[in-house]
Design a protein around this ligand. Structure first.
Ligand SMILES: Cc1cc2nc3c(=O)[nH]c(=O)nc-3n(C[C@H](O)[C@H](O)[C@H](O)COP(=O)(O)OP(=O)(O)OC[C@H]3O[C@@H](n4cnc5c(N)ncnc54)[C@H](O)[C@@H]3O)c2cc1C
Length: 386
């Protein structure tokens, strides 16, 4: 039995890692990645993402603890604020060492990629691109540009927001444009972060600060698209001064900022997770607004679920691309996907200046959380278990 994964980003490499562990190397895994491996980390932005405690601990159990611990920082405290109201959630209140972890996305991806490269059950086609897909009743194959053909029982699209494999197989997507962009950069602050993360909501969007190296934090600043040019044209000191007005002096003076990258923000959700001999995972299945840092946490659960389902089928010598097996995967993802998309989309709307009643409810929610330990506990448990 074999599988073809299109896309060697974080979802693709973690999927390959899990499949190879669950099947003890007995499933042939082919990964097609459009970028040359030498460009893997350098071709990208320097994005840091927050993983929930649950995602991080599950990943640690897949033999990559040394990779993760060398590229991650523990979040000990999260301060959520809006309009001068704030709530502080602390790991120590829950007798935990961390509420979540910040990882450097592309270093983790390229380190896992290098690790997989050494496994005999994994074949990389890189750089390579799909030209044609052939799906038969009992198997499927892809033809790469250049004419090489690879056959398998199942295709998995892990090729990101605008999945070419999904398109070629006729998948349809729902799309909502937030008319916002996320500007990301790393800042140096006068005070060390001490593991503190900040989520600051404003009427114009949100700012997240994630702890990275000592005295450095990763900024994810979501702004209306109409401000994009202005913000990107700011000098470093104009950027630091404007950010300082929003972040206030939580980390002392903002001393410096490195290169800035910009992402358009939208919700793109596939109408189905599966099709004949095809499954979608990660951003190929859904791309979210980064407001609550849930994008890869949700994609990770796609990867975990499909790898368990396929491995179970493989152990029983069943056809891993059988529609009934893929249906199990789709069924296992619907509730989780719906819940996270509703929460993320609701948060973006709640803190969007065009909707005053929701601003009122934003204030109300934060005040209520501040005064109720029960509400804080529910919030922390929900976020940690994701
Ligand atoms: C600003 C920002 C902040 C974020 N913060 C968080 C956070 O705090 N927590 C969180 O959980 N998530 C966060 N996310 C979301 C997270 O970054 C994504 O969910 C995750 O990176 C998606 O990974 P992926 O592998 O599914 O897709 P991608 O990263 O898009 O990878 C797709 C891969 O497929 C390859 N590919 C594409 N097309 C082809 C093709 N035709 N043929 C072959 N290969 C192809 C690409 O080269 C790439 O390697 C954030 C996102 C943004 C934009």
């Amino acid at each position: 039995m074999s599988v073809i994964i299109n896309g060697g980003g974080i979802s693709g490499v973690i999927l390959a890692l899990m499949l190879s562990k669950f099947t003890l190397g007995k499933l042939r895994i082919n990964i097609i990645e459009r970028l040359p491996s030498s460009l893997f980390s350098s071709a990208y932005d320097t994005r840091y993402i927050a993983l929930s405690r649950n995602s991080y601990c599950t990943l640690m159990s897949f033999g990559i603890s040394s990779i993760l611990s060398s590229c991650s920082v523990a979040i000990k405290e999260i301060e959520v604020s809006f309009d001068n109201r704030d709530v502080v959630l602390s790991a120590s209140d829950y007798q935990m060492s961390a509420l979540g972890y910040v990882i450097e996305l592309h270093s983790v991806t390229s380190k896992i990629f290098n690790m997989l490269n050494k496994l005999t059950s994994v074949d990389f086609f890189c750089p390579a691109k799909l030209q044609q897909i052939i799906r038969n009743r009992f198997d499927c194959s892809v033809i790469l540009h250049g004419g090489r053909e690879i056959s398998a029982q199942l295709l998995i699209a892990a090729d990101g927001s605008y999945s070419v494999l999904g398109d070629l197989c006729g998948i349809e997507w729902e799309f909502f444009d937030y008319k916002q962009v996320a500007v990301i950069a790393n800042i140096v602050t006068a005070l060390p972060h001490e593991g503190r993360a900040f989520e600051i909501f404003t009427c114009y969007g949100s700012v997240a600060l994630l702890p990275i190296l000592n005295s450095q934090s990763a900024v994810i600043w979501c702004i209306p698209i109409s401000y994009k040019e202005e913000v990107l044209n700011w000098s470093s000191s104009e950027f630091c001064q404007s950010l300082q007005k929003i972040v206030k002096w939580k980390l002392g003076a903002i001393l410096d900022v490195d290169k800035r990258y910009c992402f358009s923000l939208f919700l793109r959700k596939s109408k189905s997770h599966i099709s004949h001999r095809l499954a979608l995972v990660g951003n190929a299945a859904q791309t979210l607004h980064p407001i609550a840092g849930q994008g890869f946490n949700l994609g990770f659960r796609d990867v975990l679920n499909i790898s368990k389902i396929i491995s179970n089928a493989n152990v029983r010598s069943m056809d891993i691309g059988d529609y009934n097996i893929l249906k199990l995967y789709e069924k296992s993802r619907q509730l989780d996907q719906g819940r996270v998309i509703t929460m993320t989309h609701g948060l973006v709307c709640m803190f969007n200046g065009s909707c005053f009643p929701l601003i009122f409810s934003g204030n109300f929610v934060l005040s209520a959380m501040r005064h109720s330990k029960l509400l804080r506990d529910i919030f922390v448990r929900t976020v940690l278990s994701w």
